[in-house]
Design a protein around this ligand. Structure first.
Ligand code: PEP
Ligand code: MN
Length: 341
């Protein structure tokens, strides 16, 4: 259920509603908008209905949320969109973010070079995997804790906030020490225990769509994070499995406007993993920006031929500034500004 408070509701009235929701074993998720506060009540619908909140002081309306996902649903926030701020960079609303960096952290020299170059090129955040989900157990699995340490060094030098993947709940403490955004990979989208663990950190989470997941399944996965009281979830379309074999995956560009109709959460696009090929990264990025994406997460490497992982899809670092320029021009056409500091 969704309890829409009156624009004149006082803080005491809002608190009273929250307490009543929690008294019946449900959880209250207040969302304080510029005009009104809306309180999502998640729990047994019958119990919440029996509280008789309709007509309570300060309450404008009690409305059921019809979708199976509640906290991620657009309905919860009306026209308002979630904007996530990460050390001055904003994702969502009128802001466009570029999250760029190598697939994986390979060495100190590699990660610092990449970070310097993407910072100079105008990136908003820096990406790099210390723990890598590889299709083969014989492939390089990432530098682990040493990789996290190198990411921290890259941040210290460039100031770029760090986006890095959490694959295993046992690594959560080490990852939260360095990550400004926790990435949950496509292969873990339905690892519900991991979703909840990431939710409990309170750190923004970039949630990738599973390889064969529907948009509803993606939003239900987001719900696991939000339900832990973590409101800062970024959805990511990264290509899905289809019958097409010409490219690594098929970028579902429609996911961008559809997710934005269904949810208030920001939506970013990963053209690199969708395409698997560098030559497609720019056209897919332009399409994503034109479709209204709130940002792009793109792989960049200073020497793609020497990359340990995903070199064929990496944008060469010396081409990154020109890439940013073209993508932001399209983002501006749909009313978004690049968010960097
Ligand atoms: C990645 O971003 O490095 C990655 C492995 O992505 P995905 O989970 O989308 O395959
Ligand atoms: Mn990769």
């Amino acid at each position: 259920m969704m309890i829409v408070m009156k624009s004149t509701a006082t803080e005491d009235e809002i608190q009273a509603v929250i307490e009543r929701i929690e008294s019946c074993g449900a959880r209250a998720h207040p969302s304080r908008g510029e005009e009104v506060t809306v309180i999502g009540a998640v729990g047994d619908r019958e119990h919440v209905a029996r509280l008789g909140l309709q007509g309570a002081p300060g309450v404008e309306q009690v409305v059921p949320i019809l979708k199976p996902y509640k906290l991620s649903s657009r309905q919860l926030k009306g026209d308002e969109r979630t904007v996530i701020e990460i050390e001055g960079r904003r994702i969502g609303g009128e802001h466009f973010s570029l999250i760029a960096g190598p697939c994986t952290v390979e060495s100190r020299d590699q990660v610092l070079t990449a970070a310097r170059l993407v910072a100079a090129g105008g990136a908003s955040l820096f990406r790099g995997g210390a723990y890598k989900p590889r299709s083969s157990p014989y492939s390089f699995q990432g530098l682990g804790q040493e990789g996290l340490r190198l990411l921290a060094e890259a941040k210290a030098e460039t100031g770029l906030p760090i986006v890095t993947e959490l694959m295993d709940a046992r690594d959560v403490e080490a990852v939260v020490e360095v990550a400004d955004v926790i990435q949950l990979g496509a292969r873990n989208m339905q690892n519900y225990a991991l979703l909840a663990e990431a939710g409990r950190t309170g750190i923004p989470v970039l949630l990738k769509r599973g390889l064969s997941a529907t948009l509803e399944e993606l939003l239900m996965a987001a719900e696991y994070i939000l339900k832990e009281g973590n409101e800062r979830v970024i959805l990511c379309e990264r290509g899905i499995r289809t019958f097409e074999t010409a490219t690594r995956f098929t970028l579902d560009i429609m996911a961008v406007p559809v997710l934005k109709q269904l949810s208030h959460l920001p939506v970013v696009v990963d053209p690199s993993h969708a395409a698997g090929r560098r030559d497609l990264v720019l056209p897919l990025s332009l399409a994503a920006a034109g479709a209204g994406a709130d940002g792009i997460i793109v792989e960049v490497h200073h020497d793609p031929d020497a990359a340990i992982c995903d070199g064929p899809q990496a944008v060469p670092a010396d081409e990154f500034a020109a890439y940013v320029d073209q993508v932001t021009r399209v983002a501006e056409v749909v009313g978004k500004q690049l968010s960097a500091v």
